[in-house]
Design a protein around this ligand. Structure first.
Ligand SMILES: [Zn+2]
Length: 239
């Protein structure tokens, strides 16, 4: 099993770990701060330092309760049992964190201000993020208003808190899981990790987030696409 350090603290940039298995093109660590990807957030990149060597980590994958770190090492040498230091490519990760929290913020504000406007998906990139929204009335002329809504909220500097709830506590909170797969997952979990934008939004989430929404800085909506009567796509960038 790999202990997932990023779930409790999204700000860990380096950590010490042990290689518990060497699969040739990837290694499994006993603990990791590398985000393995999921929920629209890309996997982290970075490096593993061992002995005198620095191995590039470009791809990270979660398989059941193990995290595989794909590295450019000599496949002939088994490095299982070695101690390593993991370094996260922080510029990339911090950008993903800002985008991820911005998506939650946008989701919360759309619900609060427009009622039945539901986010059905999202994808984060380095230069932009996009969200799909189920809200038939959403149109291009509303984008400046939505952009200001988000930017004004960012200035309020709300804290973002990660909490672990028991199944019983989680079941009392409405809308904790917003997508069908999320709702299915919620039924199976004994402990539920929730990310709260204090005073505004709370949802089940496995990603990494900033501690305060003011770290997002600001956003600019760069594109709106009408993909169907119930599917509208908004793209935005950090400014
Ligand atoms: Zn999320």
């Amino acid at each position: 099993m790999t202990e997932l350090l990023y779930l409790k603290d999204s700000y860990i940039k380096e950590f010490a770990a042990e290689i518990i298995d060497d699969l040739g093109d990837s290694v499994i660590l006993d603990k990791t701060a590398f985000y393995p990807g999921g929920g629209g957030q890309p996997n982290d990149e970075g490096w593993l330092l061992l002995d005198e060597k620095r191995l590039d980590v470009k791809k990270v994958e979660k398989r059941e309760d193990l995290v595989l770190h794909f590295v450019n090492k000599d496949a002939g040498t088994n490095i299982s049992g070695k101690k390593v230091k993991g370094l996260i490519d922080w510029d990339k990760r911090y950008t993903y964190m800002k985008y991820h929290t911005a998506i939650h913020l946008l989701d919360a504000l759309l619900r609060k201000n427009f009622g039945k406007a539901f986010l059905t998906g999202g994808q984060i990139f380095l230069e932009k993020a996009r969200v799909d929204v189920d809200y038939p009335d959403l149109n291009k002329t509303m984008m400046p208003e939505i952009e200001s809504m988000v930017n004004n909220e960012i200035k309020k500097g709300r804290e973002v808190v990660v909490r672990f709830l028991s199944k019983e506590e989680a079941e009392k909170i409405p809308d904790l899981a917003r997508t069908k797969p999320g709702q299915e997952l919620l039924k199976k979990l004994e402990t539920v990790r929730v990310v709260e934008i204090v005073g505004l939004d709370m949802q089940m989430d496995g990603g990494t987030h900033v501690k305060n929404i003011n770290e997002i800085g600001g956003i600019r909506i760069t594109n709106f696409e009408n993909k169907g009567s119930h599917n509208k796509r908004i793209e935005f960038a950090l400014v």
